[in-house]
Write a protein that binds this ligand. Structure first.
Ligand code: ZN
Length: 218
C-alpha cells in the first residue's frame, strides 16, 4: 500500500455506510439487507433488473454518497453487488451475447461532476462478469434538465425525448448487433423515462433484446 494511503486510512477509516462498522463501505450484513430484487418489463426494455428499492435507507445513502462524494471507492462494492445479482439472471448460453452500455451523462453534468457514475458501474460489472462494457455507442445529443428536478412523469418523458443518439463514428460500425443483448446500466430508475429513451434509441441497432440493470428502483 502506498504510504499516503496508509495515513489516509488511519485518519479516516473506511466504515460501512449502513451501520458504521469499520473495514468496508458496505459490510456483509448490510449487503444482505439491501436486496429487494425485481424484474420487470417496460415499454422498450425486455428485462429491467433492479437490485434494491430507493426506499431502502442504506441504498439511498449509498447512491447519494456515490453521486456526490466518494465516487470511486463506493463504486467497487456497488458494482460488485450488481455483477453478483446479474449473474443469477443470465443463462450460461447467453453470456457471450451480452454488451453493457452505460447511460451517458450530459456534457455539462459530466464536466461539473467529473465522472459518469453509470460508466463507473458498467466497468465494475464488466470486471466481475467479463461482459464487455462499451461507453461510446450511445451519445447525449442535447443537455437536458436533470430528471430529478422534474417530478411529473410526463415532464420527464418530454424532457428526455430525443436526448440520445447512436454514435456514428464507431470503430465497429459494421458490427452486427442482431444476436446481441444490450444491457443498459444506471444507478436509479424512477419513471424509467431515461432508460426507455436510451432503449428506444438503441433499437436502431436492431439488437436481439435490450435489458437494463439499476441499483435502485424508485
Ligand atoms: Zn453495515
Amino acid at each position: 500500500m502506498e504510504l499516503w494511503k496508509f495515513f489516509i486510512d488511519l485518519l479516516f477509516p473506511i466504515t460501512c455506510i449502513g451501520c458504521g462498522k469499520e473495514g468496508s463501505f458496505i459490510c456483509e450484513k448490510c449487503k444482505n439487507e439491501i436486496f429487494n430484487l425485481k424484474q420487470e418489463k417496460t415499454r422498450y426494455i425486455d428485462k429491467l433488473i433492479s437490485i434494491s428499492s430507493y426506499n431502502n435507507p442504506i441504498i439511498k445513502k449509498a447512491i447519494h454518497t456515490f453521486k456526490y462524494k466518494l465516487a470511486k471507492e463506493i463504486s467497487t462494492p456497488l458494482g460488485e453487488i450488481m455483477a453478483e445479482r446479474l449473474k443469477h439472471f443470465i443463462p450460461k448460453e447467453l453470456i457471450n451475447r451480452l454488451i453493457l452500455v452505460p447511460v451517458p451523462l450530459n456534457k455539462r453534468r459530466l464536466k461539473y461532476r467529473g465522472f459518469n457514475q453509470s460508466e463507473i458501474l458498467a466497468k465494475e460489472i464488466s470486471k466481475h462478469t467479463k461482459i464487455p462494457a462499451i461507453s461510446n455507442i450511445l451519445i447525449r445529443k442535447i443537455n437536458t434538465i436533470p430528471q430529478v428536478k422534474l417530478k411529473n412523469p410526463k415532464e420527464r418523458k418530454s424532457n428526455i425525448k430525443g436526448a440520445f443518439g447512436i454514435n456514428q463514428n464507431l470503430p465497429y460500425s459494421n458490427f452486427s448487433f442482431q444476436k446481441k443483448i444490450i444491457i443498459l446500466v444506471d444507478d436509479v430508475a424512477t419513471t424509467c423515462a431515461t432508460l426507455n429513451e436510451c432503449a428506444k434509441t438503441l433499437k436502431k441497432l436492431k439488437p436481439h433484446q435490450i435489458w437494463a440493470i439499476v441499483i435502485a428502483r424508485g
